[in-house]
Design a protein around this ligand. Structure first.
Ligand code: ATP
Ligand code: ATP
Ligand code: MG
Ligand code: MG
Ligand code: MG
Ligand code: MG
Length: 273
């Protein structure tokens, strides 16, 4: 664009770059999803369809921005961890964060009809506008980064145990929401586990991993076999059908325990301090 006398206002823009060699984490969170989930009849305490939709949007983000090395999701939130050497948007935090939020929100809407289907396979109508806030946080050491994801996974555990107990008291125990809340005041984890087991025969540790641990997204090389047709050499032009196996980087949706060593050992090449 040609220069004009107005051009100087550009100088008011900040181009703040995030510190080099630090882990960039973008965390997004659905705005007002308590209301949004009620309005769309999400099953309580966990609507697996809605979690799968969040996961699908996060997988799409990783494929669009391959510098994301892992992502962790629970409830209406997702954390995206970028390679600490990423040069995406010259490490401009506002561009990185806003692009993730926007891409995630759009994918959530686009994929809603595939995931949010009723028992007859009909999509639930989307009657409100899902939107997400976002923030960028920098973690200077691998220890800080591991503690960050551990913090989110522990949050998932605490919330899920509470919600599972609360909704069991309401849906199976016939308590009102107020009564269930009162019943849980001052209880510890072991009390909730005990309540679920002794009164409802529910072993919390047998609840689905996706609900208890949240979702961990990471890359893995997967062998993919494709059939090719064509000559094998210049000397022999006869077309031959053959299968070729290639290693394709694929996003894996896992529900592993991030407080354990296993995940970090498997990805030691990415997560060096
Ligand atoms: P804020 O705008 O401050 O984030 P919020 O209403 O989104 O407010 P959160 O603390 O983010 O509050 O909690 C998200 C809420 O969304 C949960 O408490 C739960 O009620 C609901 N929710 C999200 N995902 C699901 C799901 N898969 N199944 C059932 N409920 C869900
Ligand atoms: P970047 O990701 O850097 O923003 P970009 O391709 O979006 O790259 P912009 O400088 O933002 O580049 O320009 C947007 C481009 O989108 C325009 O150059 C034009 O080609 C196209 N475009 C946007 N709106 C319209 C429109 N209403 N009709 C036709 N073309 C449009
Ligand atoms: Mg919030
Ligand atoms: Mg929220
Ligand atoms: Mg939330
Ligand atoms: Mg543009």
């Amino acid at each position: 664009m040609a220069n004009s006398r107005f051009q100087y206002v550009r100088g008011f823009e900040s181009e703040a770059r995030l510190l080099p060699n630090t882990w960039i984490v973008v965390r997004i969170d659905g705005r007002g999803f308590h209301k949004f989930s009620a309005k769309h009849g999400f099953k309580k305490p966990n609507d697996a369809r809605a979690i799968n939709l969040m996961n699908a949007a996060a997988v799409a983000c990783m494929n669009e921005f391959p510098d994301i090395v892992m992502a962790y999701g629970e409830s209406d939130e997702y954390s995206f961890v970028f390679d600490k050497r990423t040069q995406l948007f010259s490490r401009r935090g506002d561009k990185i964060m806003s692009s993730i939020v926007s891409f995630f929100s759009s994918t959530y809407v686009m994929q809603w009809p595939q995931h949010m289907v009723d028992a007859e396979g009909q999509p639930e109508p989307l009657v409100a506008t899902p939107h997400f806030d976002g923030r960028c946080v920098l973690y200077p050491t691998l220890e800080n980064l591991r503690d960050y994801v551990a913090w989110r996974q522990v949050d998932c555990h605490i919330n899920n145990l509470y919600n599972t107990t609360f909704w069991t008291l309401v849906l199976k125990g016939g308590l009102t929401e107020y009564e269930a809340e009162q019943r849980l005041v001052g209880t510890f984890s072991k009390d909730k586990n005990e309540l679920l087991f002794s009164e409802f025969g529910i072993n919390y540790n047998e609840e689905p991993l996706m609900f208890r641990k949240g979702s961990v997204l990471h890359w893995r090389r997967i062998p993919v076999t494709v059939t090719k047709e064509g000559p094998t050499s210049k000397a022999d032009p006869t077309p031959v059908v053959r299968t070729v196996t290639r290693q394709k980087l694929t996003v894996i949706v896992d529900h592993c325990d991030l407080l354990q060593e296993e995940f970090w050992t498997e990805h030691a090449d990415v997560f060096t301090s």
